[in-house]
Design a binder for this molecule. Sequence first.
Ligand SMILES: Cc1ncc(C[n+]2csc(CCOP(=O)(O)OP(=O)(O)O)c2C)c(N)n1
Length: 655
Amino acid sequence: MVDGPEHVKKLTVPQLQELAGEIRTELIEGLAKGGGHLGPNLGVVELSIALHKVFTTPKDKFVWDVSHQVYVHKLLTGRKNRFRTIRQTDGLNGFALRTESEHDSFGAGHAGTALSAALGMAAARDKRGTDENVVAIFGDAALTNGISFEAMNNVAHTTKKFIGILNDNEWSIAKNVGAISGYLNKLITNPRYNQLAKDFENFVRRFPKGELALKLAHRADGGFKGALTGVGLNKTNSLIESDGRGGHGSPVLFEEMGLRYLGPIDGHDLPLLISTLEFAKTCDHPIVIHVLTQKGKGYEAALKQPEKFHGLGPYNAATGETPAVRPGTPPMYQDVMGQTCVKLARKNEVVVGLTAAMPSGTGMKHLEKAMPERYYDVGIAEEHGVIFAAGMATMGLRPIVAIYSSFLQRAYDCIHHDVCLQDLPVIFCMDRAGLSANDGPTHHGIFDISYLRCFPNVIAMAPANEDELADMMFTATTVNHPTFIRYPRGAAEGVPVKDEPALIEVGKAVVQHNFANNGGRKVALFGLGPMNTIAKKAAAQLIADGYDVAVINPRFTKPIDAAVHAQFGREADLIVTLEDHVLIGGYGSAVLELFSEQSVKTTVVRIGWPDQFIEHATTQDELRNKYGLSVTNTVAKVKTHFGDTTSSTKLVGGA
Ligand SMILES: Cc1ncc(C[n+]2csc(CCOP(=O)(O)OP(=O)(O)O)c2C)c(N)n1
């Protein structure tokens, strides 16, 4: 395997093909222990090699959309020795990261950003008068995202030198959906087009590199009508089919946006990729190269199950099998959400479910399977999805919108302007609220309490277990306001889920354990969501050490239960709030605001994430322990407050 991109340049095509084989082996074997985005990376082995053969990073800029497919790029840019640490504590990040390497020109983790960022770089280059090449690499599903179109709309009048690579494998995480996906499919399967593509291939192969570029540049004069038709030496210029809409497998979509279209080409054919990229480099007109790749290429198991192998945990490299779930493991929150959705939809004809390209990740697949007519997948289009749901709500439907906490940030204005301002009863189920440990900061969902709490009309909740999640979802279907339910990634608490969810009182906290009035120091622990378990464990330790401890499940972050908070605020010697969320503007802040309004003077110790982006790690617990969202730190903070020296634990996050 090569040490750096400069070595790639020295290799011949057969050597590069050998390198592709080595990289595939390293991907399959190297990720087996810790997991990762195997399928997408197996699909871009040749493309990544060709990019590094033709362009020179860090001077030239590659901008990868989502950037879950940068593993090959990492292997080629001096990170091969650390590759097996990827997504693990202190290891390589699973996405492009500017602080990790000078070859990562732009960080990402959310979809749809590559074209805009690359265009910004191209504009800056033009202003500076320098000559870097800027290449945006984006998937067919990223192209369903609005930002990609906003960027494309902007390219032609911004710069003349811009290369977009559409990496089309027909898959999002699940099968790609919507008109764009249908359009690309037509483009690929149009027999006329395939013929042209073949002609183009033959044409490319006939000429040595320099001459080829010249010829292509010459032929490509005059937009697409020159680009492929000319290249293909086809007699006709009329690829726009006769229905006049240009919708039958012609690249008019790109061409009309002023992007010269080239393709579709085989994304696993190294010489063809290299020649095409050489051409793109010389092109003085924005260009999109449509590259066809196979997700999971070279690994049988991944080819058979592209969705599973998009991103997965540990697996057996020889067989592709993943470990069976240990008996007794609680269900995943996402499955409880999906199953509850089905229950609610069966009972209530106005309930529908919506996902933005994440049927498995959010658990919405349960509804898709049970009641496909009530299920909507809008593609990677969170903004559209939220406004779409708002529209539905105006017509009497009760949409359950399942979007991860961090991806929902995309739709912030839609939540404000379209849902909350009109007080529409859209139900938001926010999975991955808390850490998505091995994905890292792009995926941690630790800002939603703050970003939602400030909007009028919002009802925001956090269940302490899976049964409460079901109850909250049911309650949300009865409330005439926007509702938001946040819950963490992964396995739930393991409590039984009732057959029929129950109504809970909006804005009411639950006192789980009250003061014993035994003369001990009075500490009230308010444990929100998954931190409720930590509060209960900390309470047990403190009680054993002579403290008089109450434990409360706040359930609601808006409206918070003013009566219960104020009552304990007055009664207790110390209040502790625990939340799986940033401290700024979070649940603890809401308690402080209330105490200020009600002149409650009791000290509030807040436990939550500090004011910094939290890195990735192998497990959530490691990060919780490091940043003090732990039983030990909770106990230590309480004891320190009272000057109790029986604690020898070092405090995290200040007293
Ligand atoms: C805003 C946002 N929504 C959802 C996701 C989750 N997500 C990650 S990759 C992916 C599919 C990407 O498909 P595509 O762009 O075609 O790239 P491929 O994986 O096929 O290479 C999705 C939906 C995300 N990263 N960002």
